[in-house]
Design a protein around this ligand. Structure first.
Ligand SMILES: Nc1nc2c([nH]c(=O)n2[C@H]2C[C@H](O)[C@@H](COP(=O)(O)OP(=O)(O)OP(=O)(O)O)O2)c(=O)[nH]1
Ligand SMILES: [Mg+2]
Length: 317
């Protein structure tokens, strides 16, 4: 059994009628024993991830999975075993989940899932469940009233994740950031500040979004005060660095040509998918994206799409 490469595992996110997630406790003497898991198990020869998941959910929960969509794929090295977790969201199933093998089950709201109770590789699954499929990056601010009205429109449209990316340094910028945080929180959204941990802290933002230089130079300790950490990446090694630093998610691009970086060679979807498949954290596609690209990004293994022009009101075109 040893030396055969990673164990490929099909993992299912099964929700009950109230939206709570069904989790099970792993038997104490198994790998990662005693921890909570999402139901699932090893993919056998001849199975696809989905048919393996169907078999595992029948064996472990006594339910029939009818449909699932990809959530995230996580390669993870536990030292004593390497796994690739192929995580799917079960979108249709019949039957009532039960601990068929005698394993304790729990039903937990997404916000109450505690990453510490799970194997370490599961942290990215829980993050992916909490993150939305669009990440809106603000443009620079020329008129604060205008800018805030556009933020309000984003929030009214259901935006839940915003990056404050107003450049420069001015008292006006600090005030704008604090007001933006207030409005984001009132609207149920999370706000990260691009490249400026000091402003992130002073404004009460939820986190910081690291630019490429900060991703290279900063350390884990300096980021420990933030709930959310995003990172800008352009390739696989930067995605690995972001995961090592403990970032929650990354953006990867440019995927398509963009007006803001005309010189940068776009990755294209195939290279995006390859880099994301090897990443240990959720990844948004960036660069030339609009709302219509969100589904394409998810199909290529991404969390969704991120951008300024295609998302911020009044800028598209
Ligand atoms: N099912 C599941 N496995 C997980 C999760 N997170 C995680 O790291 N793993 C790891 C633990 C194991 O090394 C591997 C799953 O293998 P397993 O031995 O439990 O698979 P199985 O259900 O086919 O078990 P068995 O019948 O062979 O005992 O994946 C998770 O959320 N769910
Ligand atoms: Mg199992």
């Amino acid at each position: 059994m040893s030396g055969a490469g990673p164990v490929h595992v099909a993992v299912g996110v099964v929700q009950d009628g109230a939206g709570r997630i069904v989790i099970a406790r792993r038997d104490a003497h198994r790998h990662q024993g005693g921890r909570w898991e999402f139901p699932g198990g090893k993919i056998e020869p001849g199975e696809t991830p989905f048919t393996a998941l169907q078999r595992e959910l029948a064996e472990e929960l006594g339910v029939t999975a009818e449909a699932a969509s990809p959530l995230i794929r996580i390669p993870y090295d536990y030292g004593d075993r390497q796994v690739v977790l192929d995580v799917m969201r079960v979108t249709a199933y019949s039957g009532e989940p039960e601990g068929v093998e005698g394993q304790p089950l729990a039903r937990v709201a997404i916000d109450s899932l505690d990453p510490v109770a799970f194997p370490a590789g599961n942290r990215a699954i829980i993050t992916a469940l909490r993150l939305p499929s669009t990440y809106i990056i603000s443009p620079d601010c020329h008129d604060p009233d205008d800018w805030l009205a556009q933020l309000d429109r984003c929030l009214a449209g259901g935006t839940r994740l915003i990056q404050f990316r107003v450049r420069g340094e001015s008292p006006g910028r600090d005030r704008l950031a604090s007001e933006a945080v207030k409005r984001c929180h009132a609207g149920g959204a999370v706000m990260l500040v691009n490249g400026d941990a000091t402003l992130a802290e002073a404004s009460g933002a939820d986190g910081v979004h690291l630019n490429a230089r900060q991703l290279r130079d900063c350390n884990r300790q300096s980021l420990s005060g933030f709930t959310w950490i995003g990172a800008s990446c352009h390739n696989g090694p930067e995605l690995a660095r972001a995961a090592d630093l403990g970032a929650d998610f990354a953006v990867l691009g440019p995927v398509a040509p963009t007006a803001s970086h005309p010189g940068a060679a776009p990755l294209g979807w195939a290279a995006f998918a390859d880099a994301v498949a090897a990443a240990r954290l959720p990844v948004y596609a960036l660069g030339g994206m609009g709302r219509a690209d969100t589904e394409t990004a998810i199909t290529h293994g991404g969390q969704g799409a991120a951008g300024i022009r295609g998302f911020w009101p009044g800028l598209s075109g």
